[in-house]
Design a protein around this ligand. Structure first.
Ligand SMILES: Nc1ncnc2c1ncn2[C@@H]1O[C@H](COP(=O)(O)OP(=O)(O)OP(=O)(O)O)[C@@H](O)[C@H]1O
Length: 380
C-alpha cells in the first residue's frame, strides 16, 4: 500500500470548505489532528459550535477529499469543539486581523460598492426595488449582500423566500443567511428574539443594530452591499451617514407629487450626511393596458421633479435611473419569495430593474468616485 503523508492529507483538506463560512477548514484552524496508520486515516475536526447542524456535510466532504489521495485507506472523521481561544483566533483570522467592530466597508480601499435605498414615504416599493436590483447584480455574477435595515417593514427575508431562517452565531461573529444566487442577507428583524415581536427602536439602539449588522456579520468579500433603509429621514439614515459616508444613495419614489416632495427631502438628508445621491427610481410609474396605453395611476412627473430638484440642490447630476411599471407579477414575486428579475426576467418591470442594476454596477468596481487623497502638484 502506498505511503501517505500527513502533508498530503492536509493538502487534500485545503479543498474542503466549511459549509457555512465557505472558507477552507484548514485555513479556519478546524483540522486538529491527522492520524495515519498502515490502513487507516483518522481526521479530527474542531467544530465552531457543539451540535453544528452541518456535521454530516463536513464528514462527507472530508472523507471524500482524503479518500481521493488515499484510496486504499479506511477514512474516518472525529469531531471535537473549538475552545474559546480557538474560536477567537478564527474570528480574528476572518476579520483579516482587524480589531473588533470595525465596519469593513468603511475602510479606505474597500472595493465594495454600498447602495443605500431610501424613500420619503413607506410603501413606494423600496424593498421590492432593493431585492430586485440586488438579485439582478447577483445574476450577473457579482457577490452581493443585503442589509434590511427597515425597522417598520423588514420584508426582505420574505421577499427572498427565507422564511424564519436566522443567522448562526460563532462567538460574536454572525453568519448572514444565504439566499438565491449566492446572496447573503441580514435583516434587523433577525436581531429580535421573535419575528412578530414589536420593538420600539430608539436612536442609540438603532445605531447599535446597524453597527452589528455591518461589523459583526461576516460578509466576506462583496462587490455590492444593498441597504434597505426605513422610509423618511430618521435616526437610521443619520446613523448610516455617520458610519458609511461613502454609501451611494438611490432614492425611490412614486410619480405622485406628494411622494416626490418627501423623497427629495430623503435625498437632501443623505447629502447632508456627505453621501452621494446616485439617482432616482420611479416605481409604480404606470400600468400597461392590454391596448398598449399607459395608465398613470399615481399621476406623473414625480421622479423627474425629484431628480431635477436634487440636481439643483446638490450641485451635481442626479439622474432618473428608470421608471418601473406597476405589474401584478412583481407583487406576486415579492409575496411568494421569487423576485421578478429571476422569476420572469423578460417582464417589463424586470427589464427596467435589470437595466438600472447594470447602470449602477457598470461603473468600475469600488474605485469609481472614491476619494484618492491626491492633490494636484503645486496646489498644496
Ligand atoms: N412596481 C410594482 N408593481 C406592483 N406592485 C408593486 C410594485 N412595487 C411594489 N409593489 C408592491 O407594493 C407593496 C409595497 O412594496 P414594498 O414593500 O417594496 O414597499 P416599501 O417602500 O419597501 O414599503 P415599506 O417602507 O413599508 O417597507 C408590496 O406588496 C409590493 O409587492
Amino acid at each position: 500500500m502506498a505511503a501517505v503523508t500527513e502533508d498530503q492529507v492536509r493538502e487534500a483538506l485545503n479543498a474542503v470548505n466549511d459549509p457555512e463560512i465557505k472558507r477552507p477548514i484548514t485555513e479556519l484552524g478546524m483540522v486538529d489532528t491527522v492520524t495515519i496508520t498502515d490502513d487507516s486515516i483518522t481526521v479530527r475536526l474542531l467544530l465552531t459550535v457543539a451540535g453544528c447542524p452541518l456535521k454530516d456535510t463536513l464528514n462527507r466532504d472530508v472523507t471524500a477529499a482524503v479518500t481521493k489521495v488515499a484510496p486504499a485507506h479506511l477514512v474516518s472523521v472525529e469531531m471535537g469543539v473549538m475552545t474559546d481561544e480557538q474560536r477567537k483566533a478564527m474570528q480574528e483570522h476572518l476579520r483579516g486581523g482587524r480589531a473588533e467592530r470595525e465596519i469593513p466597508f468603511a475602510q479606505a480601499g474597500s472595493l465594495t460598492k454600498v447602495y443605500a435605498i431610501a424613500s420619503g414615504k413607506g410603501g413606494v416599493g423600496k424593498s421590492s426595488v432593493t431585492v430586485n436590483l440586488a438579485l439582478a447584480m447577483a445574476r450577473r455574477g457579482l457577490k452581493v449582500g443585503i442589509v434590511d435595515a427597515d425597522i417598520y417593514g423588514h420584508s426582505i427575508p420574505d421577499m427572498l423566500g427565507l422564511g424564519d431562517q436566522r443567522p448562526t452565531q460563532v462567538e460574536e461573529m454572525i453568519m448572514p443567511v444565504p439566499a438565491a444566487e449566492g446572496m447573503k442577507v441580514m435583516s434587523i428583524g433577525m436581531l429580535k428574539p421573535r419575528k412578530d415581536q414589536v420593538v420600539a427602536w430608539r436612536g442609540p439602539m438603532l445605531d447599535r443594530a446597524l453597527v452589528q449588522m455591518l461589523a459583526d456579520v461576516y460578509w466576506g468579500d462583496l462587490d455590492a452591499l444593498f441597504l434597505d433603509l426605513p422610509p423618511g429621514t430618521g435616526d437610521m439614515a443619520i446613523s448610516l451617514g455617520q458610519h458609511l459616508p461613502g454609501a451611494e444613495v438611490v432614492v425611490v419614489t412614486t410619480p405622485q407629487q406628494a411622494a416626490a416632495q418627501v423623497a427629495e427631502r430623503a435625498g437632501t438628508m443623505a447629502s447632508m450626511m456627505h453621501q452621494r445621491v446616485v439617482g432616482v427610481i420611479e416605481n409604480m410609474s404606470y400600468l400597461q393596458l392590454p391596448n398598449g396605453e399607459r395608465m398613470e395611476i399615481f399621476g406623473s412627473g414625480g421622479a423627474d421633479e425629484v431628480a431635477k430638484g436634487l440636481t439643483a440642490r446638490l450641485g451635481y447630476d442626479v439622474p432618473l435611473l428608470g421608471r418601473v411599471p406597476l405589474e401584478e407579477k412583481l407583487r406576486e414575486g415579492g409575496d411568494t419569495g421569487h423576485p421578478i428579475v429571476a422569476a420572469d426576467p423578460a417582464a417589463p418591470s424586470a427589464t427596467v430593474l435589470q437595466d438600472i442594476a447594470d447602470t449602477l454596477s457598470g461603473r468600475q468596481r469600488g474605485l469609481a468616485g472614491m476619494q484618492l487623497g491626491l492633490s494636484p502638484a503645486g496646489r498644496l
